[in-house]
Design a protein around this ligand. Sequence first.
Ligand code: MCA
Ligand code: AMP
Length: 470
Amino acid sequence: MLFPTLSPTAPDLPDAVTVGDDRLSREDLVGAATAVAERIAGARTLAVLARPSTDTVLAIVGCLIAGVTAVPVPPDSGPRELDHILTNSGAQAWLGAAPDDTSLPVIPVRRYARSWHRHPEPPGTSTALILYTSGTTGAPKGVPLTRDAIAAGLDALADAWRWTADDVLAHGLPLFHVHGLILGVLGPLRRAGRLVHTVKPTPQAYAGAAEDGATMFFGVPTVWTRVSAEPAAAQALSSARLLVSGSAPLPVPVFDAIHARTGHEIVERYGMTETMITVSTRVDGERRPGWVGLPLLGVDTRLREGDSDVPHDGQSVGDLHVRGPMMSTGYLPSTVPATGTRIDLNESWLDEGFFATGDVAVIDPDGMHRIVGRRATDLIKSGGYRIGAGEIETVLLGHPAVDEVAVIGVPDDDLGQRIVAYVVGERVRDSELIDLVSTELSHHKRPREIRFVEGLPRNAMGKVQKKLLD
Ligand code: MCA
Ligand code: AMP
């Protein structure tokens, strides 16, 4: 069974899932999610506006019980993103909350409905979730993940982190990515442990969860940076069993500050939407600051330069390829809207089951991995969100004042990278351009800074030289 928490023989947990002030016992969760499953039986794919709420958890779990593919959608998505996600995924309806002016049918999630019907376990090869993630150009890409992949990914993490039913996981991460949703919600259901979602990942909320007995905390590096800046909150986390960081590089000074304030060496892990988590430091191993650890159970990694292997000497840099049972097997097909031509997006899936991550790394003789950076400058990581420069440039070019634009990520102490847009054109208020991106796409994709310039640096071919900006 994919989620032992949902088994009829599982012991009751009065606080199986807490989101903010709303608490679901195991019985509430199973009863209400099974009622959702009955309402959606026969559907193929449903969209879920993934607000941090128990309704989102019930919608997703209802889909998992019924064997319906769920598409978690960022709740602040603008019309462009929404259109693309709904069309590309083939979502038939919204389950639970829906945007105001939607043309799709809306199926309610009823928090107090109950059903005890026993649904057969859907096949492991069926697609449980489609998650959307940014590429360097174009609209976000749909990543289908099967039940088997999710089970393998979560079990490999349980092995590395000794994650058990006794753990109470706390975090406040968004419910539309691998980190917050698969690890952060489905993880506790796979382990039959408890979840406390704090709605926002603030230092105060994490401290409160620790005082209430949470044992394990997830955060992106920005969260740990903010915790380390609040000594009282950090101190409260001393009682935890494990602090985990991922989604972007954890700065060494933050690792050190958290260690000094909590006594914990953060466990760092590395992954991607396409692969889930493939490499992690282990509870029973070395937690070396700046390094992301060893391949998880069932995972192979290799470093390549072209067709050659790069030595694992802790210094030679190569393209990181990963292979494992938790990976997706390819993006959903996409089409060029104007022509309807189908685009093959799957060049990163290679022979022998390897996936080219686009990250460059080193591996030391003991198998420890360090992520050195990304091959493409056009993928930005800000606050742990992956954001394609091209998507933002397309929106900004739609503004009548903008003639040319180049979007880059610049180093930022809080967000890791901050989105900066270089604009050639008529000078308008910065906020006009920032708000345009924030409404057309999602808030986290908005530039934090606009820099008006006379021209963009270009090479002889006319291509913008982003490396010369900043
Ligand atoms: C300010 N705001 C605006 C504007 N200005 N909204 C719209 N337009 C504007 N012009 C508002 C925002 O809506 C928000 O309001 C508030 O200002 C703060 O926004 P922001 O600065 O964006 O938030 P933050 O608090 O600084 O966010 C930091 C964060 C966040 C909490 C760390 O970046 C975050 O949740 N990151 C997690 C990303 C993640 O989970 N990534 C995993 C993917 P309000 O607060 O009212 O809404 S990676 C993955 O899955 C792989 C597999 C992996 O390895 O894990
Ligand atoms: P996403 O698909 O949003 O999960 O983004 C995946 C990317 O996040 C990876 O390709 C890496 O560039 C980055 N990433 C995730 N975890 C780490 C980590 N621990 N250290 C460095 N980069 C990371």
